[in-house]
Design a protein around this ligand. Structure first.
Ligand code: NDP
Ligand code: 8X3
Length: 256
């Protein structure tokens, strides 16, 4: 199934999984709306995708934490007659790795505002149009952290447990409308995720993946594309995708 004539909105498209999804969906023929905060990254991606694929690529600077910005962004798309067929709720981050009793509350706010509230703002703005049209697909990027809680990760894990709950709840709420809801929940993926988590400490970030082969962003994008290309009567509700070297959040095999 190709995605010609489908419009896909990807949040957090400026790096990692979001950027890989942009490439995978462009290759499948979808028109893209790419949103993130870093405009230069988005512009470079749009130029490269536009020159290699015959698809329409629009970019928008958007901070998903802003309720007003999200509402205006989606309203403007609507005013321009652009219907979003697939929403990939990918923008997210971990910030810090600490016990609850020692955690930095600013880190918590960043994770909660982005991973939960931002995802909800986008979903609330986009899904009514899908319901009205009787079709659409919301694909949330959850995490193994939505299925388990690991040491020093309580708040990040809480945000991804929230994504799992929203994913399940939205599927119930939209039942019978023709809207599909899926979640792709990866384990370790080598992206900028750990550099962001450790506030720019590249060495500490590299240690996360030392001695094992993590997933690539492209591995995850393939899984997202798989969800999006099922026939209309079939839906992937939740997909856990792990590196072979990872059995559970903190159970990893590292070559010595
Ligand atoms: P990256 O750090 O490489 O990418 C995160 C993306 O989110 C960037 O494009 C960033 O863009 C965007 N983003 C962050 N905050 C905001 C915001 N406030 N508004 C808009 N965009 C924002 O990490 P990943 O690709 O790994 O992360 C993508 C998703 O995958 C996240 O939800 C993460 O939780 C999840 N995940 C990651 C795993 C991993 O091991 N890497 C495993 C499981 C899930 P910009 O900074 O330009 O705004
Ligand atoms: C990202 C994967 O295990 O670092 O969601 O939480 S993990």
């Amino acid at each position: 199934m190709n995605l010609d004539n489908k419009t896909v909105l990807i949040t957090g498209a400026s790096s990692g999984i979001g950027a890989a999804c942009a490439m995978a969906f462009a290759a499948a023929g979808a028109d893209l709306i790419l949103a993130a905060r870093r405009e230069d990254r988005l512009r470079t991606m749009a130029e490269s995708l536009g020159s290699t694929h015959d698809v329409n690529v629009r970019t928008y600077v958007l901070d998903v934490r802003s309720r007003e910005a999200v509402a205006t962004f989606v309203r403007n798309l609507d005013d321009d007659g652009i219907a979003i067929n697939i929403l990939i709720n990918n923008a997210g981050l971990a910030s810090g790795l600490a016990t609850v009793q020692e955690g930095d509350i600013d880190d918590w706010e960043a994770m909660i505002d982005t991973n939960i509230k931002g995802l909800l703002y986008l979903t609330r703005a986009v899904v009514p149009g899908m319901v009205e049209r009787g079709s659409g697909h919301v694909i949330n990027i959850g995490s193994i952290a939505g299925h388990e809680t690991y040491p020093n990760g309580a708040v990040y894990c809480a945000t991804k447990h929230a994504v799992a709950a929203i994913n399940r709840g939205l599927a119930i709420d939209t039942l019978g409308t023709g809207v599909r809801v899926s979640s792709v929940d990866p384990g370790l993926v080598n992206t900028e995720f750990s550099v962001v988590r450790f506030h720019g400490d590249q060495e500490r970030a590299a240690d996360v993946y030392k001695g094992l082969t993590p997933l690539s962003a492209e591995d995850v994008a393939e899984a997202v594309l798989f969800c999006a290309t099922r026939p209309p009567h079939a839906n992937v509700r939740e997909m856990i995708l792990m590196p072979t070297d990872q059995a559970a959040a903190v159970h990893v095999h590292r070559a010595t």
